[in-house]
Design a protein around this ligand. Sequence first.
Ligand code: GLA
Length: 346
Amino acid sequence: MRVTTLSFGFLPDGREVMLFQVECEKGMQISITNYGGIITSLKVPDRHQQLGEITAGFDSLVDYLKPHPYFGALIGRYAGRIAYGNLSVKNGVYQLKMHDDYCHLHGGDTGFHTRLWDYEIDKKDDEIRIHLSYLSPHGEENYPGNLTVRATYVIQDNNSFSIEYEAVTDAPTHLNLTNHAYFNLRGFRDTISDHQLQVNAYQSVELDEHMLPTGRLTDCSGTLLDFQKPVLLCDRSIPSEFELDHCFVVQNPNSDEIPAAVFYHEPTGRMMKVYTSQPGIQVYSGNFLDGSLKRNEEQQFFKHSALCFETQHFADSPNHPHFPSTLLDKGEVFKERTTFRFEYVE
Ligand code: GLA
């Protein structure tokens, strides 16, 4: 496998942005930039060894400098919603910037997805590690504590990649990191309704009418949110009538054998398996995509053209003390890991 480092252009303040392109012997090709830690492109083989682009993104930096719905980006400091922007930390409540009338979302407008990360590359025979690091200063987006974050993309020659997150802080704060890649295993020619979805969860985080957690977990067995066995999405009129933007409680976090979710497209044979150490997985069916963004004429990002698998802690955990904690204290080390594995079924 090999990695090529290229210039991806310059930020308005003159800093250079890099693009890392990795090619695996088994076929997978992935491109990652240190701007926002964004996966700009991901190509995997189908059952006829044809490579296809399966993630939403752009080929040039300028498109990422305009507003976009977090395509492929690292999200922080807090992925998901924080109700009314109230961040309760041990010694106080911090008012975060509001995304709308009800919440702070995805770390705010100048969240990690807009930051230029430092980088370092380690190359071994069957593994390439792209280390991205960022120091988020105390007060950034009004979060407390100087936070040092490291996100490492570990690309393996078996057509898989992991993201390993690590962070330390010099004062108590909350942290919830994810990657916001959008997937369509057919390559954005149609909606994801001909894909199958399996989620290893029998509970989801109950939401109120503003998409904020109520604090309860609900049993999804036998409901529209039951994906314990693979479901062909169109059989449930998903996402045409019932849209997904739900957080599932992962049954076997940390398992290398039992995926948290499986996404499969029978016509091409492409299959993606997601493994994670995190307690939740937000599954989102591109409900806010509207076709105004495109990579090129063949790949336009229209409503419901993708599914996101955002492995994370539950939204608004700082305000629900019985949820798995997102508090990071001075002296603690935050660690999480998510793996995406690609296969094809003959
Ligand atoms: C998450 C949220 C959605 C939306 C998307 C990005 O999945 O839950 O409501 O904000 O990110 O647009």
